[in-house]
Design a binder for this molecule. Structure first.
Ligand code: PEP
Length: 233
């Protein structure tokens, strides 16, 4: 399974080193693929077998894009994994589907492993299943769903950082629909915690989890990896 941590705008570089050291010790015998996305300013070369990914980058090698980072900055740290389409980038930072698809194409051309996020806001969720699927399918526009280095994360916007999660039946239902669009591994994300991860990982068509707030504590993230090991070893 794929167990990923999105640290967002948290943990300084030195705190991230401590975090990654703790996780590295904890995963020595794990069968899971563990990915950590540090804050951009905390990227570095880490002595670890974890996969380190970038939460974001501009689709360019380098250039005049104030405040952004480019491919060159990722290459410095040997980063070959990127998160694209996260709801905070779509809804807070205003990234359009067109721009997201451009970013996807650029990093696909570089052979990156891409964790591509999709998810619907609450007002769509509250209308109908058809509306949810139509909304999610729009987020597949311009995306090569057959890309061999693709992982998709279904993250309902209303479940991110709120402590609310869909029922396990609802997760299974949406994942079954999304698997028809792409055979890529499909993660669930949105308020995954130590106390619900085991149940979520057992849902059909859930190939792993993407964890935000609960992953900020290395011990909690380790417990989640161990929960996945208990199910798969
Ligand atoms: C996320 O932002 O990708 C996420 C899943 O956050 P949280 O676990 O805090 O809901």
């Amino acid at each position: 399974m794929i167990i990923a941590a999105n640290l967002k705008t948290n943990l300084t570089r030195s705190a991230t080193h401590q975090y990654i050291d703790t996780i590295t010790k904890c995963i020595q015998n794990t069968a899971q693929e563990v990915v950590v996305f540090p804050a951009i300013a905390s990227l570095d070369c880490f002595d670890t077998k974890l996969t380190i990914g970038a939460q974001n980058a501009y689709p360019v090698e380098k250039g005049a894009f104030t405040g952004e980072i480019g491919l060159e900055h990722l290459e410095e740290f040997n980063i070959k994994t990127i998160l694209i389409g996260h709801s905070e980038r779509r809804h807070i930072l205003g990234e359009s589907q067109e721009f997201i698809a451009k970013k996807f194409d650029y990093f696909k051309a570089q052979g990156f492993q891409i964790i591509y996020c999709v998810g619907e806001p609450l007002e769509i969720r509250d209308s109908s299943k058809e509306a949810v699927l139509a909304y999610l399918y729009k987020q597949y526009e311009g995306i090569d769903t057959a890309y061999e280095n693709l992982i998709i994360a279904y993250e309902p916007v209303w479940a991110i950082g709120t402590g609310k999660i869909p029922t396990l039946e609802d997760i299974q239902d949406i994942h079954a629909e999304l698997k028809k669009k792409s055979q890529a591994p499909l993660l669930y994300g949105g308020s995954v915690k130590v106390n619900n991860v085991k149940d979520i990982l057992q849902v059909k068509n859930v190939d792993g989890v993407l964890v935000g707030s609960a992953a900020l504590y290395a011990e909690h993230f380790c417990s989640m990896i161990q929960a996945a090991d208990a199910l798969t070893l």
